[in-house]
Design a protein around this ligand. Structure first.
Ligand code: TRP
Length: 335
């Protein structure tokens, strides 16, 4: 039996930050040799909110280069761009026609984003989870690494696949139902300005996150000014001391230490002592990623060849699934 297949993706909107790295990409990297992996840059998802056409392509390349810089290994993983594989859009349409509208209206993320976007909610925002389902189902993925906020979308993906199989795959199921790949505990990174909220690309304040490509000076500034509490001695305590908990967690993950080691090391420290230590650790942890990123971006030809290769491998699988779906729906074969 071959390896199980993993698929995941990140949108090319804004910079990747420590939350993306420690909460997602680092886990992809750690687990990659066990699986046959497809990591895409989901640029079709990026236009569900207002976007800048001038930067979309470069933002897409940046994410792909960061995948490589963070240690995605082409021996076991493929990196590709969602919009380069047209089957994603096509399967989305086909799945749209079997997805009940109220399933989409019930999605928590849709409801939250719709409130933020106000009156002008486009159909794409509502349809976003069907596109995500298409991303996953096209590759007959066994496992999808997802955070808390995407679990409902993965559940929906399973519901859509089951419904399709029920309606059109009676003899033989057409689509595989994916399982979530739950990450290790402790990798939830919170905002630097509010320890109760997730570190997020959409937070208007740059001070709330450390981007993977921030300079040492920016990292120092952000940590120097981040929110803390007035209690002396630092402890892990996500109930009472969200900021202390988050900053110690960050330190633990970036330094590669255990929770116990960090708890002991920091129990008598004050913020004045801890902050420079955290800044130094973050700068050192990001340095090799930034260097590799620069090397990849300086060699456009290499990056293009990685994405061309990734597209070819992705297309071979995606087009096969798409043709099976179309056959199950009764479409004629194009002449
Ligand atoms: N919606 C996901 C997010 O915002 C990104 C995504 C799109 C994705 N397609 C996917 C994640 C397929 C996993 C699998 O994080």
């Amino acid at each position: 039996m071959g390896k199980q297949r993993v698929l995941s993706g990140i949108q090319p909107t804004g910079n990747l930050h420590l939350g993306n790295y420690l909460g997602a990409i680092r886990n992809w990297v750690e687990g990659q040799s066990q699986y046959d992996n497809f990591f895409c840059v989901v640029d079709l998802h990026a236009i569900t909110a207002p976007h800048n056409p001038k930067t979309l392509a470069i933002d897409t390349y940046t994410i792909a280069a960061l995948y490589l810089a963070c240690g995605i290994d082409l021996q076991s993983s493929n990196i590709f761009v969602q919009s380069h594989v047209s089957a994603h859009s096509e399967l989305t349409w086909l799945l749209n026609c079997i997805t009940p509208l109220n399933w989409l209206e019930d999605m928590i993320q849709f409801k939250e984003k719709a409130v933020k976007q106000g009156e002008n909610v486009n159909v794409g925002l509502l349809d976003y989870p069907v596109l995500m389902a298409a991303d996953i189902l096209l590759y007959q993925a066994d496992k999808v690494p997802v955070g808390e906020d995407q679990k409902q979308h993965l559940e929906l993906t399973r519901d859509i696949a089951a419904r399709f199989n029920h309606q059109f795959g009676k003899q033989k199921p057409v689509l595989k139902l994916p399982e979530p790949l739950i990450r290790k505990e402790g990798a939830r990174v919170m905002s630097l300005t509010d320890g109760t909220r997730k570190m997020s690309k959409s937070d208007p304040s740059e001070m709330s996150r450390i981007n993977l490509l921030d300079s040492p000076e920016q990292i120092q500034q952000k940590i120097k000014r981040c929110k803390t509490d007035p209690i002396r001695g630092l402890t892990f305590d996500d109930g009472e001391r969200p900021e202390s908990h988050n900053l110690l967690t960050l330190y633990m993950l970036l330094a590669g230490k255990t929770k116990q080691e960090v708890a002991t090391e920091c129990q008598d420290m004050g913020w004045g002592q801890f902050k420079p230590l955290l800044a130094e650790t973050a700068i050192a942890a990001l340095k090799p990623i930034q260097e590799k990123y620069q090397a990849v971006m300086d060699d456009k030809g290499y990056l293009e060849s990685v994405l061309r290769d990734g597209r070819q491998k992705a297309e071979a699988i995606a087009n096969l699934t798409l043709s099976q779906v179309k056959a199950a729906l009764g479409y004629s074969v194009p002449l």
